[in-house]
Write a protein of this length. Structure first.
Length: 380
């Protein structure tokens, strides 16, 4: 008898970040094994020694751009200078409304049929699988959908917006690979933080960036994204010691995310760096550096939504092995377009995905095995 798959608590996503509290399911043994291996103290040198080229003071952007044969359809040179100076770039009107609407339709479908899926959802801080939920809150307050790029092709497509993948290719000097995604319906009011202590599966740690795509025009009272231009420079943000000198957060950390926020507030004040708010139009996209302090600002008008989709990326070669997945013909599993990668990791092979991925599932060792077991069971 094949045991019926049990919905997973997806406990290993805390605040939408990968954490070590992964729950006990055998189905995610691969994820668990990898994460145990990565349980370690990471010292500031790990950040400083191997950084993307633009983070080196002597990075010569003009020479780099001059060395390129073909230039993209935007001002790459100006954008790279802005990245180096501010740690933020904005592309206006870069995301197609059609692509956004297709993703909103997928979210709508998920919300109407959430028990058909095992999507990691956070509701008011509680981590759940969509299958175990009683209902979504009516106004979707406090709802965050995690890793939708695994389950929805339209989400993966938003992660791989052409100008974003192209720009990140120059930042990393390698194809960007999505390592995490978060979908918010309303302002998150998340205190100021930097991503790498939490999004830390990439090696080296410093090969990290994120894109923030509004799924609608963002009103200033809806709790826009806040960021601190120039604070991505490690000299200005400083390192935060989570305990024993480690710069990453895990279940052994002796200090809390709120202490981290206090450290960052103090650093921003000492450096005289003020906060800017991003109130974009649908179709704009903001990309931030992996060391950029950012936050969800206060929602002044709780009746307003602030639908947004965030992707975190690393360089192709820096992505952890557990993320990579190939079918029995050796083809990568996921969405690979515009020079970027969005893998569906192996444990998603046997989970239900939204129809936007198409009907068939990839023929991986896992799906073939699963099929064979189902057939044997049927004729037994
Ligand atoms: O959109 C927000 O409010 C915050 C997003 C965020 O902090 C993140 O994705 O790291």
């Amino acid at each position: 008898m094949i045991p019926k798959p049990q919905p997973h608590g997806w406990g290993f996503f805390i605040c939408g970040k990968l954490s070590y509290d992964y729950g006990g399911s055998e189905r995610y043994a691969g994820a668990r094994e990898t994460m145990e291996k990565t349980r370690q103290i990471i010292l500031p040198e790990a950040w400083s020694q191997q950084r993307p080229w633009l983070d080196h003071p002597e990075a010569d952007i003009d020479a780099y751009v001059a060395s390129l044969g073909k230039l993209p359809d935007y001002d790459l040179q100006a954008k790279l200078h802005a990245w180096k100076r501010d740690g933020i770039v904005i592309f206006e009107g870069a995301v197609s409304h059609k692509a956004i609407d297709a993703y909103l339709a997928d979210i709508d479908l998920l919300i109407r049929n959430f028990r058909d899926y095992e999507i990691p959802v956070e509701v008011k801080g509680k981590q759940l699988s969509s299958r175990e939920m009683d209902a979504f809150p009516d106004d979707l307050t406090g709802v965050k959908l995690n890793q939708m790029h695994w389950f929805s092709k339209t989400a993966a497509r938003l992660s791989l917006t052409p100008q974003v993948t192209d720009f990140l290719k120059h930042v990393f000097r390698a194809p960007p690979t999505v390592c995490q995604s978060l979908t918010f319906w309303r302002g998150s009011e998340q205190p100021i933080h930097i991503d790498y202590p939490y999004v830390r599966e990439q090696n080296p740690l410093s090969f990290l960036a994120a894109s923030w795509v509004p799924l609608e025009d963002v009103h200033p009272d809806a709790g826009p994204l806040g960021y601190h231009p120039g604070a991505h420079n490690i000299e200005r943000s400083g390192f935060f010691d989570w305990g024993e000198g480690s710069i990453i957060h895990d279940e052994h950390s002796q200090r809390t995310p709120m202490e981290f926020a206090q450290h960052l507030w103090a650093r921003m004040a000492a450096e005289g760096i003020s906060r800017q708010e991003f109130c974009p139009k649908k179709g704009d996209v903001l990309i931030w550096h992996g060391n950029m302090p950012h936050e969800g600002t206060r929602v002044k008008d709780p009746s307003r939504t602030r639908k947004s989709y965030v992707s975190h990326y690393t360089a192709e070669w820096a992505a952890p092995d557990w993320m990579r997945n190939h079918d029995i013909f050796g083809r990568p599993v996921g969405l690979f377009e515009n020079g970027g990668n969005s893998f569906q990791p192996p444990w998603v092979d046997t989970l239900p995905v939204l129809p936007s991925w198409g009907r068939g599932r990839p023929l991986t060792a896992r799906t073939v095995n699963n099929l064979a077991r189902k057939l044997i069971n049927r004729f037994r």
